[in-house]
Ligand binder design. Structure first.
Ligand code: BEZ
Length: 210
């Protein structure tokens, strides 16, 4: 086993961190990275993380020379240039923009799910705003319907940056918004997710948090 040369600031539940970790496993680079756990929320920061990423957000990847990369999109692009296998982000042509657009939709689902989670879990009950949570959930429902109706074959064609993003977004919904009931509305997406969830990269990064 080689000594890790990079440090990933992470929280087990973060879908954005999981995306990076799945890509590390899929590209055979997991052992290059040491995990540095941080306990974060919109009102809680970490001093060491802030030194490298003043926004105080994860994931952040500290390289051997001390350079810190963030956010997840930058990190996955960097890591995808660090291995010799097939790129998980197409380097050029229409495929690049299609896959990055799908990956961006996956990020938007994650964003909405994290916002909804914080609004219902972190914010004091008397300050919660139900229409705000409903709007986040609507965003997720629209995005999942779009993936089911328009992009399933594309997603299933290769487990790349787009498929990894969608898989991590669905994993986070199951973890934090288990009542969303998306499987009944998107059975084909659910079947695809059941299959990719069994990949070693997904099993090894499954969040084991309450
Ligand atoms: C969560 O606990 O749901 C979470 C933690 C860190 C980043 C995003 C989400």
């Amino acid at each position: 086993m080689s000594t890790p040369s990079m440090t990933l600031f992470h929280a087990a539940a973060s879908p954005f961190v999981r995306k990076v970790r799945v890509l590390l496993h899929e590209t055979g680079q997991a052992e290059r990275v040491a995990l540095h756990p941080v306990d974060l929320s919109p009102i809680k920061t970490d001093a060491e993380l802030n030194l490298g990423n003043p926004a105080g957000k994860i994931p952040a990847l500290r390289l051997e020379d001390g350079t810190v990369l963030h956010d997840s999109r930058v990190i996955v692009e960097f890591l995808d240039h660090q291995h010799v296998g097939n790129p998980l982000i197409p380097r050029e042509g229409p495929a690049r923009w299609r896959r990055l657009t799908l990956a961006s939709l996956a990020d938007a689902i994650m964003d909405a799910a994290v916002v909804a989670r914080y609004e219902t879990f972190l914010r004091p009950e008397d300050k919660r705003w139900t229409p705000w949570v409903d709007a986040q959930q609507d965003k997720i429902r629209r995005a999942l319907a779009h993936l089911e109706d328009e992009h399933l074959a594309e997603l299933a064609s290769v487990f790349d940056v787009a498929a990894i993003g969608v898989a991590c977004a669905l994993g986070y919904i199951d973890l934090r918004l288990p009542d969303l009931g998306w499987r009944e509305r998107q059975p084909n997406l659910a079947a695809w997710y059941a299959e990719v969830s069994q990949r070693e990269s997904m099993l090894k990064t499954a969040p084991s948090v309450a």
